[in-house]
Design a protein around this ligand. Sequence first.
Ligand SMILES: *[C@@H]1O[C@H](CO)[C@@H](O)[C@H](O)[C@H]1NC(C)=O
Ligand SMILES: *[C@@H]1O[C@H](CO)[C@@H](O)[C@H](O)[C@H]1NC(C)=O
Ligand SMILES: *[C@@H]1O[C@H](CO)[C@@H](O)[C@H](O)[C@H]1NC(C)=O
Length: 468
Amino acid sequence: MLTKKHSKFLNSKQFHNLKSTVINHRYSCVTLSLFLFILFWFSSFLFSFRIGKQPLSTTTQSTNHNVVAVSTPPAACRTGVLVYIYDLPPEFNLGLLEDCQHLNRFTNMCPHVANRGLGQPLPSLGRGWFATNQFTSEMLFHARLESHPCRTRDPSRAGLFYVPFYGGLHMSSRYREPDPVVRDVLALRMVELVVRLSPWWQRRHGRDHFITLGRTAWDFLRESNGGPDFGANALLDMPAVKNMSVLVVERQPWTGMNHHGLPYPSYFHPTTWGEMLTWQDKMQRSKRPYLFSFIGGARTGGGANAAIRNEMMRQCGASPRCELVNCAANGSKCHNPEKVLGVMTRSEFCLQTPGDSFTRRSTFDAVLAGCIPVFFSRHTCYTQYAWFLPQDWRSYSVFIEAEGLTPKKMKKIEDELMKITTERREKMRSKVIGLIPRVTYAHPNGTTLGFRDAVDVALEALGKHIVN
Ligand SMILES: *[C@@H]1O[C@H](CO)[C@@H](O)[C@H](O)[C@H]1NC(C)=O
Ligand SMILES: *[C@@H]1O[C@H](CO)[C@@H](O)[C@H](O)[C@H]1NC(C)=O
Ligand SMILES: *[C@@H]1O[C@H](CO)[C@@H](O)[C@H](O)[C@H]1NC(C)=O
């Protein structure tokens, strides 16, 4: 309902022109594939229908003796929709990192933006583990896309155009700037470059363009959001950006028609399917002595979210079946990946109460730990991550109504969770563990993963969203 496709744009003449280009392109690929298959793989001819639909990547085309690379799915662009990455000046992305000490008022971001946003390695947890900061989705996406099999360096072959603007990091470095014009200037320059100076924008008025943002949509909606000024810029209010798809860790759930929820990063960035399977297996077998847990800080102020959160923390603290990590009392524990994962792998259910906004990075840590998330607002997950999580939220999560209720009227969490049978719990946990690959940002250097990670899922969804 909130993610209506832009189907009205798909009847335009331009679309038909584009479609015939795509079809012609497919035919030439089919011809090439057929040639190779008749020569080398005669008996498996029927498979060439599936493979022939995938345009060959530039590299495999130039070295077409490499038949194996063409027919092995992970090395090819599976969706067949190629992505062009705009070559923006460094001030829009990696250049921002030169000032990493001032990208965030509360945190020195230098260790966090290292390794293309993976952060510092965690050798004690193994290869593929990093102390990844919650705001780095935009960087991880960019890094992974650069060596993705669907990347093309030829914009005329691209079905999707990625604008690598680290809007979230830039926003947090400017939010104390009193003059809104100064906050917006880089976004305006981005629009200028992409809209006015790029011939590829005009083709579909930007419908095939997208950006990724590692902070919530609220940080970019100064004009439409109204309310008190907390430092937002107006990136997502700009008409050009409204024509693009915006992949963002928290969408504006009511008006953000072009916003699509993007997972927050967690700590696991594997390179191979083997690493993923090993972890999934470990989570399946993890002993979970606690029924539920909560990791977070209390909130002051009179907001409804604060009241819900504080009541949940009170309930958790009062129950011997709940493990509570109160971040306000000792913040360092909450940013220690081993501690966080330790708590989550010891419990069956992980409470995800809204905090400063609806969504939480913690939801994705919980999935990684095979801990069934418990939500208290639909906007913490269900209206956010439609591309990544099953529509049937009952299959992987628990919902306890809390919105609009006073703390006294809220249900007792422990009682609600005790009602769930062991059998159902096991089923839900398996479902959660099965979701781990889809919400994981694979290591950007892992080009032949053998599983579909968050970037693969996003590209496939974008391809369908834009082309169909
Ligand atoms: C990816 O590989 C290159 C070349 O080996 C290396 O320089 C780079 O640091 C790697 N990237 C990350 C994020 O580790
Ligand atoms: C946005 O798309 C509409 C068509 O849907 C077009 O008229 C408008 O010019 C586009 N805006 C920009 C800035 O390209
Ligand atoms: C916070 O926790 C860490 C480790 O968990 C501990 O070393 C430190 O002393 C604690 N600090 C306070 C103020 O409790």
